[in-house]
Design a protein around this ligand. Structure first.
Ligand code: UD1
Length: 422
């Protein structure tokens, strides 16, 4: 098993290019099940989650080829005999649930393993099932699998509102299925995340008729079939946010390229409040610096355009040495504080209860042996390691390879003393 070793307190300087968005690419790979033509995705990073998703669609009769030089992923239809997404693959990544809608819409049948538990808390799929049932699917849960059938999906008006608000992948799943349904489907309380908008734009280039994406009401007029496409995905706003915070944490001077500023508005605003200076230097390029100590801030995670839950852990790491106390309210995954206990091993002063954490800033963090519990928690520990005095060793770094391509090498290129060891 590999670990990441960081000698803290080195400033990051230079520049980094942000990769294509993982959370856009995953449902787009699933959406390729909707066509018998070739789909080409551009700016695809080499990530474990993307490999897992390609394995799932390969099992379902598509072939995939990835070109490391052009960073293009080509997906081709081969056959549609198999409609079962097996537990072995689905359990590795919850996003695999988004093959359900496309399979059902194109092949009339889908058998998808229930994704199972997750370290960041319960992750129900009731909204996915509710939406597909409203389109006329017959869905049963048997032997740990979702068994879904439909003789041609019909349209409907669907309210996709859960206890914690809208759902990104449920919106995506229902939107993908509705592309081939008869008539006009309206999704109310739809997720507004940029990745949902990107998926809708991608589907429209395949001949889908989707309107209203980016708002809470999406209208989909069903078409008979979708054709192939070539599509460039949006930059990954969570990767951009993580790099921004790493730069601020190290008191660095960094330029980030391939950044969609409008997707990062709230984070940029909050980072300025805690002491960062962030300037837009060119279209899709920002310059981040910091001088002086960090200030505390309260924030609440919410669906977009609220503060993203996927950046909560990283911001908590940053605030652990801010002056004063910060209150973090987690409204998307109230149990998502696994990283807090590891940060406390590095000297952070954090108390937690369900859905809330109070971070009292300490003078400094000290390097320690810590363990990554999930993807974004690993990113938080890297940020903490960059800030800490001395050496930090992060175990279970396979989590980070799910969502950040060679993060250790990219940070090292900007001056971080970071290595990966076996
Ligand atoms: C996506 C992102 C993930 C991010 C999350 C929230 C991808 C591949 N993953 O996951 O990185 O953390 O959005 O921004 O895009 N819920 C229900 N019932 C459902 C579905 C969800 O109650 O059927 C709840 C969840 O438990 C959670 C909230 O809704 O509390 C939001 O989850 P959701 O938006 O569905 O997350 P994902 O789409 O799975």
């Amino acid at each position: 098993m590999q670990k990441i070793v960081i000698q803290g307190q080195n400033k990051l300087t230079g520049s980094a290019k942000i990769n294509g968005s993982k959370n856009s690419i995953l449902p787009m790979i699933a959406a390729s099940l909707l066509t018998s033509d070739e789909v080409v995705l551009e700016d695809v990073p080499q990530l474990r989650d993307i490999v897992t998703m390609t394995r799932i669609v390969e099992d379902l009769g598509l072939s995939t080829t990835y070109d490391k030089d052009t960073r293009e992923l080509k997906i081709k239809f081969e056959n549609e005999e198999n409609v079962t997404a097996q537990y072995d693959l689905v359990k590795q990544m919850r996003a695999s649930i988004c093959v359900l809608g496309p399979l059902l819409a194109k092949r009339g049948r889908a058998v998808v393993s229930l994704p199972g538990g997750c370290v960041i808390g319960p992750r129900p799929i009731d909204l996915h099932l509710l939406g597909l049932k409203a389109l006329g699917a017959d869905i049963r849960i048997q032997h740990g699998y979702i068994q879904a059938r439909a003789k041609g999906l019909r349209s409907g008006t669907i309210h996709l509102l859960g206890t914690f608000g809208s759902s990104v992948l449920a919106t995506g799943n229902v939107m993908m299925a509705a592309c081939l349904a008869q008539g006009q489907t309206i999704i109310r309380s739809a997720a507004c995340e940029p990745e949902v908008v990107d998926l809708a734009n991608f589907l429209n280039t395949m001949g889908a008729r989707i309107e209203g994406h980016g708002s809470s009401e999406i209208t989909i007029t069903g078409v008979k079939e979708l054709h192939g496409t070539r599509y460039r995905v949006i930059p990954d706003r969570i990767e951009a946010g993580t790099f921004l915070m790493a730069a601020v944490a190290s008191e660095g001077d960094v330029v980030l390229k391939n950044v969609k500023i409008e997707h990062l508005g709230l984070l940029i605003d909050r980072l300025k409040t805690v002491g960062a200076r962030i300037d837009v230097t060119k279209k899709n390029e920002i310059h981040v610096t910091r001088s002086g100590s960090l200030k505390s801030i309260d924030f609440t995670t919410l669906p977009y355009p609220g503060f993203p839950t996927d950046l909560q852990a990283q911001f908590m790491a940053l605030l652990s040495t801010a002056e004063g106390s910060s209150v973090i309210t987690e409204k998307v995954y109230p149990d998502r504080f696994m990283h807090a206990s590891e940060l406390m091993r590095m000297g952070a002063d954090i108390t937690m209860e369900t859905g809330m954490a109070v971070v009292r800033g300490v003078e400094y963090l000290s390097g320690a042996n810590v363990m990554a519990s999930d993807l974004r928690a690993s990113a938080a520990l890297i940020i903490a390691g960059l800030m800490a005095r001395g050496k930090t060793e992060i175990d279970r770094v396979y989590h980070i390879d799910r969502g950040y391509e060679t993060i250790d090498r990219r940070l090292a290129a900007m001056g971080a003393l970071i290595t990966r060891e076996d």
